[in-house]
Design a protein around this ligand. Structure first.
Ligand code: ADP
Ligand code: MG
Length: 322
């Protein structure tokens, strides 16, 4: 979207989603705790339900299921609880796979000590509920994208604040946010809260870019002054955004802002050049210095006319070098 891109030079806040945006979104299972049934059974249920989701957590669990060649169970009534997890019926039982927020709000007790320990290592933990009973949990870890730190640091040096906005738990969020030295970390937010936070920032007079990959990021991508989607993200995010990062590289957010600034500089330069040039050449061609013996022949006039266009075009092409 060209007009929003042009305004990217005015941005002073960049909001990043965590999972899939600052991190690779390629989860691997690190811990599996079965409270009831066997580990394999627990994973089979999770694998069957998560096969229906395109969330990075789902992909991590599905990969593990495939690696262990588990058999898929029949899943019906599948429902995506955006930003919370998912729900389905497996062998007549209602299964839910959710984050800790759901357990807290439903007052379902769990081993908070162990959970905290896992979360402090930056792991994302999801809980399996069967007929509203906790039957086990799975911890997964993700890796921070190589260029995320450089992106945040460069934004900082340009005077632009960076904000993390994630549906994941507070601990995992601070683990990543602190490593990247981000200005603000906001965790455990639901999709509609994400877009409300963007709204508040805009109301405060900030010029806000939102960078995200997920279905849950789409409303905030639409709200922000500039919506930036990660190319490897979901279709909804890509369709909603103004800019798509084909290489899924957070550093390209910096490049967008730099390119927008450079483009604007070129526009101003060309405007000054073209106006100044015409202000001199037109009167000359009209013969105001005729009495001083300065006249421009029609042929020279035609060459000069073209030259003005060529110079502006060359200056525009030099944008690549800037
Ligand atoms: P982020 O905002 O960092 O991209 P999400 O909003 O996509 O994270 O996810 C927030 C939380 O919702 C996850 O940390 C997890 O607890 C839960 N969740 C989302 N999708 C799934 C899923 N497919 N399976 C299990 N849990 C999920
Ligand atoms: Mg995400």
């Amino acid at each position: 979207n060209r007009s929003t891109f042009e305004d990217a030079r005015k941005l002073n806040s960049v909001v990043f989603d965590k999972t899939g945006t600052l991190t690779e979104g390629e989860f691997g299972i690190t811990d599996l705790v079965a409270l009831e049934r066997s580990e394999e059974e627990l994973l089979t249920i999770a694998y069957s339900v998560e096969s229906n989701s395109e969330h990075p957590i789902a992909k991590g669990i599905v990969n593990e299921g495939k690696k262990r060649s588990l058999d898929l169970r029949d899943v019906s009534d599948y429902q995506n609880l955006t930003g919370k997890g998912l729900q389905a019926t497996v062998d007549g039982n209602e299964v839910m796979i959710v984050g800790p927020g759901h357990l807290k709000s439903e007052k379902i007790p769990f081993d908070e000590y162990h959970y905290e320990k896992l979360a402090q290592q930056g792991k994302t933990v999801v809980f399996l509920l069967e007929n509203k009973r906790l039957i086990g949990y799975i911890a997964l870890s993700d890796i921070i994208r190589d260029t995320a730190k450089e992106a945040i640091d460069t934004l900082k040096s340009m005077g632009i604040e960076s904000i993390m906005l994630t549906g994941d738990n507070q601990r995992a969020a601070s683990y990543v946010g602190k490593k990247l030295n981000m200005d603000t970390i906001i965790a455990e937010v639901l999709p509609q809260e994400k877009s409300e936070i963007i709204d508040e920032l805009i109301k405060k007079g900030r010029k806000v870019a939102m960078t995200g990959d997920g279905v849950n990021d789409a409303p905030s991508l639409a709200k922000a002054n500039l919506g930036i989607a990660i190319g490897a993200g979901t279709d909804v995010a890509i369709e909603t955004a103004d800019v798509i990062l084909v290489k899924s590289d957070p550093l390209d957010v910096v490049h967008i802002i730099k390119l927008s600034k450079a483009t604007f500089r070129k526009m101003i330069q060309n405007l000054i050049w073209a106006t100044g040039y015409n202000a001199i050449a037109l009167p000359l061609a009209a013969g105001i210095f005729y009495h001083q013996g300065i006249i421009i022949s029609p042929a020279l006039g035609a060459v000069l006319m073209s030259l003005s266009t060529i110079i502006v075009a060359i200056n525009a092409r030099l944008l690549k070098i800037d």
